[in-house]
Design a protein around this ligand. Structure first.
Ligand SMILES: [Zn+2]
Ligand SMILES: [Zn+2]
Length: 802
């Protein structure tokens, strides 16, 4: 008996062929296994029961990094008798493609060798194996073989070659295989003359270790060191040293946005943060993302952290070392490295100026970042595509009451992706339907793009905020690279409706049928696809900061009835003026004053206006009365900003959603006991805000605490959300609700609304694989283009919805 088996999915560069080889040999089967550009092909010959076992084990015992999408078996027709089982050379199949692996953090086996003085890769910063190491960031083309990676320039030494060619070695066909004799090396480049004496050209082992020792010394002394990592440069400094952290903020031009930390090990994390088992599993997972964790109340045994790391926040973003180089930088136990002790907690922030993309290339980093760092720890393995660290949070499970049965239901914990990039990109989102080759270019902030084909949606790594030239360049480069790798020649293009987005302008230059997709529609459809739903109509609560509406206003507090191809705007927050337009986004006091003026709410003598310039306030009011540069908005994000200012929390913000994030922290302890404020249902189903804002102003006058007002405000928004769904359900009969948009990063609000909806018998969908913020937008755009353009006459450009 003989079978031919085709395996599709992430099955290359993950030790799949050696696994197949071992399995076939163990079961006494003959035949062969081979990589093609479409996946892995296998022929097995032998007793039927052994072949059955083989197919069973193939699916259940695959190596850790493999992600099998499909296994197809055929009867093998050829009558060739095989006398052994062989691994055949890779073959290429025209137009075939297959998903490629993300970058993988160093595995426990390699970590053990890294710190074993008897191992030939002792302290070697580029140690890796079939189960770990760089993938996505070094791949230039498929099939994934060494000549198609940035490792091509390093000729394997004899020792590495033997490991690479031995199917029983754990480095069999590990494409980035390297050792101190043949692989890349690190060097320390100093920017400032006081660190002279280090020669970056020297490559002996002693010199390499000395580069790391020197970097550790500099970190310990409070200097800022640029470190070349997997997907780009980081800027590192001692997280306990306030002078260093402040200096880094100064140099980066980043006033308050929290910095990520890298901790030497999990015990360091545990001493400063509360850590659930799910959070620990994420921190130590092979993806090694930045995990947002609740700070522990101050205690004596905890490691010291400068207050400048995450000002005014009750959580920290922490990751563990994920490359061998990080381990060498942070290790606390190795005797040789211990010569230069290093702080166990480092700030590890992307090597860029605020809002610019992370630097990847040495020349770029050394010139662009020179003013930011005192020295650079660099290496000569090229980064082909940049990839920022991913940021995730655990959405903790809880008990909820099932409406139908009155039973207590357990909602399991899940992962919330705030930024889906290193370790996760470019794994595809699998779709329950076929789509055309499509490019969706995403939005303006937190940009990602999305390429689709067959039943796959390949969501890109994090690109960033499109307003600067470097990000735009990296966006263009990313699209070119991924469409080549995945062999996607777009037949459809999707972009945002906003005419001034750089991504929209890029899309307009492409020669394929194009659809401008309404921002909040895209959010809801992204959530549907993320949950594996097929086309249907449901209620969408699309809450975020800014999105271009079909009427030209700035939307953001939207209750939609949406399907893939179309949507209806069922209700929204009432339109209020945004004096100064985009400029108001950084100055919540302008929004607060503007809203109050438009609603005729008396705010004079409120504390937040104590330092306001009376003339600026006058001009603002005139702007609104005369409708000069005061676009109308229904934004939920702006409502949070306005309230944060009214209650005296902050009048200016320096990063996106800062006011809302701080207000969420204040509300958290009181939200279960707080009562909602009143609000109105105005013209049709829209949500009037006068009595809400009026009540908040009264509470401020009564000197109620900001915590209580914030908690009551959160409850009000939750009430608005749940009641809107009830009205939408009465009007449409729909009982399913999708939540999407940046506002749902607010865990307090998310919990209140989900519980409220579940108690009222709604089925609730929230994001599971992609961000709820604009980082997930392109997925929705791609699906909408397929459905809206699929049924309409194809036009050069048209708009979905009304
Ligand atoms: Zn390994
Ligand atoms: Zn070697």
């Amino acid at each position: 008996m003989a079978k031919h088996i085709s395996v599709k999915g992430v099955v290359q560069g993950v030790g799949f062929r050696p696994f197949v080889y071992g399995l076939a040999t163990r079961l006494n089967l003959h035949g062969w296994v081979c990589n093609t550009s479409g996946g892995v092909e296998i022929v097995v010959q032998g007793p039927t029961s052994n072949i059955e076992n083989f197919i069973h084990d193939l699916k259940t015992e695959a190596p850790p990094l493999a992600k099998i999408d499909d296994v197809t078996e055929y009867d093998e027709l050829s009558s060739i008798e095989y006398s052994s089982f062989d691994i055949r050379p890779s073959t290429s199949v025209e137009a075939a493609f297959q998903p490629i692996s993300a970058d993988v953090a160093i595995c426990p086996d390699c970590e053990r060798e890294l710190f074993d003085p008897r191992d030939r890769r002792y302290l070697y910063p580029f140690i890796n194996c079939t189960n770990c190491g760089p993938r996505f960031t070094i791949i230039q083309d498929i099939p994934y073989d060494r000549p198609n990676t940035t490792m091509a320039e390093f000729l394997m030494c004899e020792h590495c070659g033997t490991e690479y060619n031995n199917p029983l070695d754990r480095r069999f066909h590990a494409q980035p295989i390297a050792c101190p004799q043949c692989g890349p090396f690190v060097a320390l480049r100093d920017i400032h003359p006081q660190f002279s004496g280090i020669n970056s050209k020297i490559s002996s082992i002693e010199c390499r270790t000395s580069a790391i020792l020197k970097a550790r010394k500099l970190l310990c002394e409070g200097y800022i060191v640029g470190v070349k990592g997997l997907g780009g440069f980081h800027l590192a400094c001692d997280a306990s040293n306030s002078l260093s952290v402040e200096e880094l903020r100064d140099r980066k031009g980043r006033l308050a946005k929290p910095f990520a930390l890298m901790a030497a090990d999990i015990d360091v994390v545990r001493s400063i943060c509360q850590l659930s088992s799910e959070e620990e599993a994420l921190l130590t997972s092979r993806e090694k993302p930045i995990v947002l964790l609740a700070k522990k109340p101050h205690n004596e045994r905890a490691y010291k952290i400068s207050k400048w790391v995450a000002p005014n926040l009750d959580y920290l973003g922490i990751m563990l070392p994920y490359t061998p180089l990080h381990h060498l930088l942070l290790n606390q136990t190795d005797p040789l490295l211990g010569v230069e002790p290093v702080p166990p907690l480092l700030v590890m922030t992307s090597g860029n100026y605020s809002e610019e993309p992370i630097a990847t290339d040495d020349e770029d980093a050394l010139s662009r970042l020179a003013p930011l760092a005192d020295a650079f720890l660099i290496h000569n393995r090229q980064i082909h595509i940049r990839c920022d660290d991913s940021v995730v949070r655990v959405d903790h499970g809880r008990l909820t009451i099932d409406h139908e049965s009155d039973e207590m239901l357990h909602r399991p914990s899940s992962v919330v992706y705030l930024r889906r990039s290193r370790g996760y990109a470019p794994y595809p989102v699998k779709l329950p339907f076929e789509v055309k080759p499509t490019l969706a270019v995403g939005g303006e902030l937190k940009n990602t793009f999305c390429l689709t084909r067959d039943r796959y949606a390949f969501l890109s790594h994090h690109i960033g905020d499109m307003e600067n030239a470097e990000t735009y360049e990296s966006f263009e480069q990313g699209i070119k690279h991924l469409s080549h790798i995945f062999r996607v020649e777009p037949e459809l293009i999707a972009c945002d409706l906003h005419p001034n987005y750089f991504s929209t302008q890029y899309a307009q230059k492409l020669d394929a049928p194009r659809l401008g997709v309404q921002h909040h529609h895209a959010h809801i459809v992204s959530c549907m696809a993320d949950n594996g739903l097929d086309d249907r109509r449901l209620i969408g609560l699309s809450f975020d900061g800014t999105g271009y509406g079909t009427d030209g206003a700035i939307w953001g507090g939207e209750v939609l009835l949406a399907s893939f191809a179309d949507f209806e705007r069922f209700a929204h927050l009432e339109y209020l003026p945004l004096p100064g337009g985009d400029a108001a986004i950084r100055s919540p006091w302008r929004i607060a004053a503007g809203y109050a003026h438009a609603l005729a709410i008396e705010i004079d003598e409120l504390p937040f206006l104590r330092n306001a310039d009376p003339q600026a306030l006058n001009i603002l009011r005139q702007q609104i009365d005369k409708k000069i540069n005061s676009p109308l908005t229904s934004s939920m994000g702006r409502l949070f900003d306005a309230v944060a200012s009214l209650i005296g929390l902050r009048n200016e913000v320096t990063y996106e959603a800062q006011a809302a994030i701080e207000m969420e922290g204040l509300a958290k302890p009181f939200v279960t006991v707080a009562q909602p404020y009143p609000y109105e249902i105005t013209n049709g189903n829209n949500i009037g805000l006068k009595s809400l804002l009026q009540s908040i102003v009264e509470d401020v006058r009564l000197k109620k605490s900001t915590e209580i007002i914030s908690a009551r405000f959160h409850r009000t928004i939750a009430d608005i959300a749940v009641n809107s769904c009830e009205r939408a359900c009465q009007a449409s009969g729909l009982k399913e609700v999708a939540l999407s948009g940046g506002v749902w990063q607010n865990q307090v609000l998310l919990d209140l609304v989900r519980d409220g909806l579940l108690k009222n018998g709604f089925v609730v969908y929230f994001h599971r694989q992609v961000p709820t913020n604009d980082g997930g937008l392109s997925l929705g755009q791609a699906i909408i283009a397929n459905y809206a353009l699929g049924v309409q006459e194809l036009a050069p450009a048209s708009t979905a919805g009304k």
